[in-house]
Design a protein around this ligand. Structure first.
Ligand SMILES: Nc1nc2c(c(=O)[nH]1)N[C@H]1C(S)=C(S)[C@@H](COP(=O)(O)O)O[C@H]1N2
Ligand SMILES: [Mo]
Length: 257
């Protein structure tokens, strides 16, 4: 139950094609369709579209959800087990009453939300399996605010392409951070989770707020998220590869499962 089989993604080639040449619009060409050359071109266009549709549908598919009986008795904590800043320690001490989650960057109305405000918004609950590259899995019940809803409320710029999550913990001098694209940001199971197994998110699992991005591996699920920043480029953040482990040890930026 706790140790389900870990499936590592190796779909790099297909992923690269996912949002590529899908834009062929072939309509109303009665004369052209009579030429054999054009007909074979059309067929290849249709094939391309089919592949592209399948890949886009793949990114939109839901991760499996489980039942209450499947929940792991203990949800292991991994990586950092607390934030590292003095501010974070102060937030723990006063139970996060003065803490705010900021959404800024390429948005029209930056948001600053207390935990109470987040909890008052519509939320989604999901029982999902977390798969860590280190070879363990655990099933937990998460509740949180859909990220897409927050981004709509913030008036995400049409130029934004990624959401960067800034965390309160660090390894050495480098803070943990992660990023996802807008397909994942607006995926229905992508939530800013404030609850695990019916309790407020415990400190070891990322209190007060963490990302759940269920179609990707564990390291993408940023804990201790203080701020989400909309951006058009990942190059300007830290090592430029979109995440702490991506910068440090070349983990895939897209860690799809
Ligand atoms: N801020 C932050 N987020 C993080 C990590 C971390 O060290 N710091 N570790 C990642 C890894 S590798 C995993 S597997 C999960 C672990 O989440 P858990 O502690 O709730 O099990 O968080 C991810 N998010
Ligand atoms: Mo992990």
């Amino acid at each position: 139950m706790t140790d389900s089989k870990l499936i590592l993604p190796r779909r790099r080639f297909l992923r690269g094609a996912a949002l590529g040449g899908s834009g062929l619009m072939l309509a109303g060409c009665d004369v052209l369709t009579e030429s054999p050359g054009f007909r074979s071109f059309l067929r290849s266009g249709e094939a391309l579209n089919k592949t592209a549709h399948r890949l886009i549908a793949d990114r939109a598919a839901l991760a499996p959800e489980f039942s209450a009986d499947d929940i792991s008795p203990v949800f292991k904590a991994n990586g950092s087990i607390s934030g590292a800043t003095p501010e974070y320690a102060a937030h723990v001490a006063d139970k996060f009453v003065r803490w705010r989650f900021r959404i800024d960057g390429m948005v029209q109305n930056p948001l600053s939300l207390s935990l109470k405000q987040l909890k008052a918004l519509p939320s989604r609950e999901q029982i999902t399996r977390h798969d860590c590259v280190e070879g363990w899995s655990a099933i937990g019940k998460w509740r949180g605010t859909p990220l897409g809803m927050l981004l709509k409320q913030a008036g995400l710029s049409t130029r934004a392409r990624y959401i960067v999550f800034h965390c309160a913990d660090s390894f050495g001098s480098d803070p943990y951070y992660e990023s996802i694209d807008l397909i994942d940001a607006f995926h229905p199971q992508t939530i800013m989770a404030w609850s695990l197994n019916n309790n407020l998110l415990p400190v070891p699992n990322g209190a007060p707020l963490r990302l759940r991005v269920e179609r990707q591996l564990g390291y993408k699920h940023a804990k201790y998220v203080m701020r989400a920043e909309a951006t058009d480029s990942l190059a300007k953040f830290y090592g430029g590869k979109g995440g702490y482990w991506e910068d440090q040890v070349d983990y895939d930026w897209y860690a799809g499962i």
